[in-house]
Design a protein around this ligand. Structure first.
Ligand SMILES: *Cc1c(COP(=O)(O)O)cnc(C)c1O
Length: 430
């Protein structure tokens, strides 16, 4: 008998036409971003590195933003993305819960990051910018922005965390192929990079340090802006296409979700999935939102809620967020995209008000579930996405024990085909 494996696709016409801004609907208003002397950041202070349109999206209380036609067109190359019932995985786990995954791995970069990369490239181009500087940890964001730069005619320079460059040289090849320049961070090209290298010539780099380099690069040139792939409000805004599509797909399948799960690095795929459900949760819908973060970089579960810098050098505004401290050096885990000391202010606010439950995931279970998924659903998850997948599997097993099966949805934020070293390590160890 065929498995009850269902994929809910949506026609192209169903691509969301607006982004949903959760700021006016947060249970507690977001605290302002601060300058080093403790004063609220004024919008014009951000204009050295961001176009006005994105600054407006960052700070505006407006609930919906129209997605420009050119961005809809760019997104339509791979959106809407499928929502698939992982019936083979359910069977292997022996659970009666239904597990659905929103598959963001089919984008040009192989992850959800293309959703915001296309939007950011569009707005920068429109503002007359010629060049974008950014950082990349694991390489997915650099890849997404390189492709978006190609799509909208912008030069892209990527400061790539040195340890990632050593571990994943294939990522650099992809970015170079797209025409982007890739610089090992810390580099000699910026003050922040030179300082870090002087202090420690063997510095392997970190996301926070690479951000410092990219921000410094952008602030120093009028033709260049900075682009960030996570954390900020406008990035989560662009990612709300994920949650909006999930809503339509669940409705089409006649399913009401009990658990919505995403992995959390800087909060963009989780936030993009979760925030479109905030209004109905406020109205009493019983949906549990779970942010799955790595045990080794547990900003939401172990960090402190305070204002902190987004980078090592302290060039960014102070953001209200859960943080492990800007100088926290996460261990070199394979899920490079989750190695960030801070968190999205929006997700932090939702955690603080109790609407989002953070969970720290780690240990051999992580890759055990990832391998099981690969062997049953035939997709190799990104190590980052594996955190969401593992949380979903553990929830299904827990519900089974309690005799209360439910509907579980998680975001497969990307595929792991360029992360095979992680799987090789797992196979060699277990
Ligand atoms: C970057 C990345 C993440 C983590 O970033 P968020 O902003 O927390 O979503 C997760 N999964 C994949 C595949 C990524 O590329």
């Amino acid at each position: 008998m065929p498995l009850e494996e269902t994929t809910i696709t949506l026609p192209k016409a169903e691509i969301p036409r607006t982004w949903y801004n959760v700021l006016p609907d947060l249970p507690e208003p977001l605290e302002p971003y601060l300058t080093p002397d403790g004063k609220p950041v004024r919008p014009e202070m951000l204009s050295a590195i961001f176009p006005t349109s994105l600054i407006e999206q960052e700070l505006s209380p407006q609930r919906h933003f129209d997605i420009p036609e050119a961005v809809v067109e760019a997104l339509s190359r791979w959106r809407p993305t499928p929502l698939t019932r992982a019936a083979a995985l359910e069977k292997a786990l022996g659970v009666r819960s239904k597990i659905w995954f929103k598959n963001e791995s089919g984008s040009p970069s192989g992850s959800h990051k293309s959703n915001t990369a296309m939007a950011q490239a569009y707005y920068n181009k429109k503002a007359g910018i010629k060049r974008l500087a950014t950082e990349t940890g694991a390489g997915q964001w650099g890849t997404a922005l390189s492709i978006a730069g190609r799509a909208f005619g912008l030069d892209v320079r990527v400061y790539m965390v040195r340890i990632s460059l050593v571990q994943k040289p294939g990522r650099k090849t992809v970015m170079n192929l797209m025409g982007a320049e890739v610089i090992s961070s810390p580099s000699d090209l910026t003050e922040a990079g030179r300082k870090a290298k002087a202090a420690d010539p063997d510095n392997l780099g970190s996301l926070g340090l690479a951000i410092s380099e990219a921000v410094e690069d952008a602030a120093g040139r009028s033709d260049t802006n900075y682009s960030l792939g996570s954390v900020l409000n406008h990035v989560l805004l662009h990612q709300t296409v994920i949650g909006q599509e999930i809503k339509k797909q669940l409705a089409a399948a006649g399913v009401s979700p009990d658990y919505l799960i995403g992995c959390h690095g800087g909060g963009s795929n989780f936030g993009g999935m979760a925030v479109p459900f905030v209004p109905e949760i406020k109205d009493g819908a019983r949906i549990t939102l779970i942010a799955a973060e790595p045990e080794s970089c547990p900003s939401l579960t172990r960090g402190k809620f305070t204002h902190d810098y987004g980078d090592v050098a302290g060039l960014t505004p102070l953001l209200p967020m859960y943080t492990l401290g800007k100088d926290f050096q996460p261990p070199a885990i394979h899920a490079g995209g989750l190695r960030y000391h801070g968190a999205s202010p929006i997700v932090s606010s939702l955690v603080k008000s109790g609407m989002v439950k953070p969970e720290a995931i780690g240990g051999p279970e992580l890759f055990r579930f990832a391998s099981l998924f690969a062997r049953t659903e035939y997709i190799i998850p990104a190590p980052e996405s594996a955190h969401a997948l593992a949380a979903a599997c553990m929830k299904a097993l827990e519900l089974e024990q309690a005799g209360k099966p439910g509907n579980i949805v998680f975001v497969l934020s990307g595929h792991g085909l360029l992360d095979l070293a992680a799987y090789e390590d797992f196979i060699n160890t277990y």
